[in-house]
Design a protein around this ligand. Structure first.
Ligand code: C2E
Ligand code: MG
Ligand code: MG
Ligand code: MG
Length: 290
């Protein structure tokens, strides 16, 4: 290892750090404008009832295509926003957009569905989320029961003491609450019991394991039983295979989300799906067994 190659290595490393810092700076600046000028996008992934096979809900998922860096993952966008004081305005954009879009579907005479939005850790704990949700519902006119707020276990764990109360206040607005990415976080049963969730979303990592190792059935079965006994309905996310859809349906899972059913769609695409939705497009899927 010569001194010369070491110097070269350091230079490359510095260069890489610099590139990354530069990228972050550019993206942050551009994110401010993208939020202001409505240049972010939202896609909507349908969630289908295992029983009726109809689309009952869509999850709003953020998309940002940067002119230079291309598609930026929503997790990175959220991280950038949280690091640069943009968490609240991003959250407001996301929620407003989702409620407006749901009003558009509603006003075109389609059967009512719920739209869910993801709440980042900081938007959950640092800002007055209750006031924001209330304001957005008033401004857009969406009935509260058509909005679902998704938070992860770890987000609710940020402030174990305050969480049940914050969630109850949200609940009193009439919105539904979903516990996202269940099984990947660090919450305890006693914590879970104190929180007023209506829905629990089994993380796609578990569904993936079900596809690779059928003995994972016991785990998923236990989660579904637990959720039902706490009065929650269960959504499985990330379903890619028929076999796991069938398994989950047999185990009593209530709703399905995943590429097997639908990828995230544009607002217009959802409109067409809802218009044609008689449950028939999913006829190939196995029936729920009694
Ligand atoms: P999430 O809330 O768990 O959302 C589900 C993710 O799984 C989405 O990824 C979705 O596209 C993906 N997915 C759905 N079905 C399948 C499948 O069958 N196979 C595979 N491999 N993936 C599937 P996406 O859109 O990249 O979002 C990633 C995460 O970013 C979300 O995870 C959520 O935590 C966060 N996120 C997305 N949009 C927002 C937003 O508007 N606000 C906040 N705070 N976070 C968001
Ligand atoms: Mg989610
Ligand atoms: Mg999830
Ligand atoms: Mg997930």
């Amino acid at each position: 290892y010569s001194a010369k190659s070491e110097r070269l290595c350091c230079r490359l490393f510095d260069q890489e750090m610099e590139d990354r810092a530069l990228r972050r700076r550019i993206l942050t600046e551009d994110l401010v404008r993208a939020i202001d000028q409505d240049r972010l996008q939202q896609l909507y992934q349908p969630i289908v009832s295992m029983r009726s096979r109809r689309v009952v809900q869509v999850e709003a998922l953020l998309r940002w295509r940067h002119p230079h860096y291309g598609e930026i993952s929503p997790l990175e966008v959220v991280k950038l926003a949280e690091q640069s004081g943009l968490a609240e305005s991003l959250n407001l954009w996301v929620m407003t957009q989702a409620c407006r879009q749901n009003m558009v579907w509603r006003q075109s005479g389609l059967p009512p569905i719920q739209v869910s939005v993801n709440i980042s850790p900081m938007s959950y704990s640092r800002f007055d989320l209750v006031a924001m949700v209330d304001a957005v519902l008033r401004e857009t006119g969406l009935p509260a029961e058509q909005l679902v707020i998704e938070v992860t276990e770890d987000t609710t764990m940020q402030d174990i003491e305050a969480s049940p109360q914050l969630l109850s206040r949200l609940r009193r607005l009439g919105v539904e609450l979903a516990l996202d990415d269940f099984g990947t976080g660090h919450s305890s049963l006693s914590h879970l019991k104190r929180m007023p969730f209506q829905k629990l979303k089994i993380d796609k990592a578990f569904v993936r394991e079900l596809e690779q190792a059928p003995e994972e059935i016991a785990m998923i079965q236990a989660i579904i039983h637990m959720a039902h006994s706490l009065g929650m309905e269960v959504i499985a996310e990330g379903i890619e295979q028929f076999s796991s859809h069938r398994q989950l349906s047999r185990l009593g899972c209530d709703y399905a989300q995943g590429y097997l059913l639908y990828k995230p769609l544009t607002g217009g695409e959802v409109q067409r799906v809802l218009r044609d939705d008689s449950g028939l497009s999913l006829a190939a899927l196995p029936e729920r067994e009694a």
